[in-house]
Write a protein that binds this ligand. Structure first.
Ligand code: XLS
Ligand code: CA
Ligand code: CA
Length: 434
């Protein structure tokens, strides 16, 4: 039993009233031909779970972390790692994600920071061996340190670009050494605050150059994990170059990177971009680029990156509908890039937050599988487009028509009577299962 997390969460079924039990997530239960754990591939993130203090722009941190001495020492960092793996065990979460600088401190020089990281990674490796937990993806923090004020790969200062390259080089190597399945690029400061001081063309080219170097390094060290780019429209910058799934895909295509990077899509970032997560997922899926998901949620009333835990069954059902439609994850997973509210400061709140989100996704999975099994939703969509399967539609799709040939058809076909889109009926269908 864990000292800090004495309640181990286990499946007790829907009738359980135990706040420390799963009501729906039963890791080994088979749904749609696969165990729940293999569909959902849950991961916890190190940054919010171990380093989130609860501070906000109006107040100091509130989280109670009695295992942490508050110092920047390597020993304290190693102590935290142990606690994190206890937490994963208590929650039954089998994967995790980290940034280099959440794991270990930023020191006076790059060489010292790397030496500190190596020492903490030794502890991480030992804990992974002890517990069997796996690394879903690693990343480098290229946004917190003041040197990144003007960006990292898109900084106006090439010395910063070099520093960022060195940081990613080591973070990618560490990810590889730990058997990581992926590596994420999130460009928090790769954007601008004002166009008055910004050469956007140059900055975007530099970002592409940086990513090409990353691909080169990946090959050089024999890392076979998947690289991902994570869209977000803004915050901390006013505009981030990788602003949503479509702009990322355009960027990757423009700079010949589409073969090497997929997308890591976050629910809250979709909200900030003015999209539903389902939209972002479908855009990526249809481009063969849906890699991984940062499973959280935003709040439309707040309008910033609140990174709340995903408990909305409509959201989890939609995610699982899209994932099942593409046969599930290959390298990716559902990473809870989410933090407790500032008012939920006890260690046990970490358990409630993650266990609830896991249950919400387990339900989303069961609901989506039932909807697919039922078949009416897919049938409706198929029928709605049936005009394109043969006749006029088929010929247009095959490229057999021009404006001129269609002009003749349009003039002779008579009045068009449309069929209803039946949105409300389909929403009711979803509710039959939720
Ligand atoms: C921040 C991002 C970040 C990435 C990893 O908004 O979500 O945490 O996932 O750098
Ligand atoms: Ca994220
Ligand atoms: Ca976020």
């Amino acid at each position: 039993m864990s000292k800090w997390f004495p309640n181990t969460v286990r499946f007790e079924g829907p009738s359980s009233r135990n706040p420390f039990a799963f009501k729906h997530y039963d890791a080994d239960a088979v749904v749609a031909g696969k165990a729940m754990r293999d569909h959902l591939r849950f991961a916890a993130c190190y940054w919010h779970t171990m380093r989130g203090s609860g501070a906000d722009p109006f107040g100091a941190g509130t989280m109670r972390t009695p295992w942490d001495d508050g110092s920047d020492s390597v020993e304290n960092a190693q102590q935290r790692v142990g606690v994190f793996f206890e937490f994963l065990g208590a929650c039954g979460i089998e994967k995790f994600c980290f940034h280099d600088r959440d794991l270990s401190p930023e020191c006076a020089t790059l060489a010292e920071s790397e030496a500190a990281l190596d020492r903490v990674v030794t502890t991480v490796r030992a804990e992974m061996e002890r517990t069997g937990a796996k690394l879903l993806w690693g990343t480098a923090n290229l946004f917190s340190h003041p040197r990144y004020a003007h960006g990292a790969a898109t900084s106006c200062d090439p010395r910063v670009f070099a520093h960022a390259a060195a940081q990613v080089r080591r973070a990618m190597e560490v990810t590889h050494e730990l058997g990581g399945e992926g590596y994420v690029f999130w460009g928090g400061r790769e954007g601008y605050q004002t166009l008055l001081n910004t050469d956007m063309r140059r900055e975007r080219e530099h970002l592409a150059r940086f990513l090409h170097m990353a691909v080169g390094h990946k090959r050089a060290i024999g890392f076979t994990g998947q690289l991902y780019i994570e869209p977000k429209p803004c915050e901390p910058t006013k505009h981030q170059y990788d602003s949503d799934a479509e702009s990322c895909l355009n960027f990757l295509r423009e700079f010949d990177l589409l073969g090497d990077l997929k997308l890591n899509l976050e629910a809250n970032h979709a909200t900030l971009a003015g999209h539903e997560l389902m939209h972002e997922l479908i855009v990526a899926r249809d481009a063969g680029a849906l890699g991984s998901i940062d499973a959280n949620r935003g709040d439309t009333l707040l309008g910033w990156d609140t990174d709340q835990f995903p408990t909305d069954l409509y959201l989890t059902t939609q995610v699982m509908l899209v994932l099942l439609s593409m046969g599930g994850f290959t390298t990716g997973g559902l990473n809870f890039d989410a933090k407790r509210r500032r008012e939920s400061f006890d260690a046990e709140d970490l358990i409630h937050a993650h266990a609830g989100a896991m249950d919400a996704f387990a339900r989303g999975l069961k609901i989506a599988a039932a909807i697919i099994d039922d078949g009416r939703l897919a049938d409706f969509v198929r029928t709605r487009y049936r005009g394109w399967d043969e006749g006029l539609g088929g010929a247009i799709e095959r490229g057999e028509h021009s404006f001129t040939s269609l002009d003749a058809i349009a003039k002779s076909q008579g009045a068009i009577e449309l069929e209803s889109g039946r949105q409300e009926r389909l929403e009711n269908l979803l509710n039959e299962y939720i």
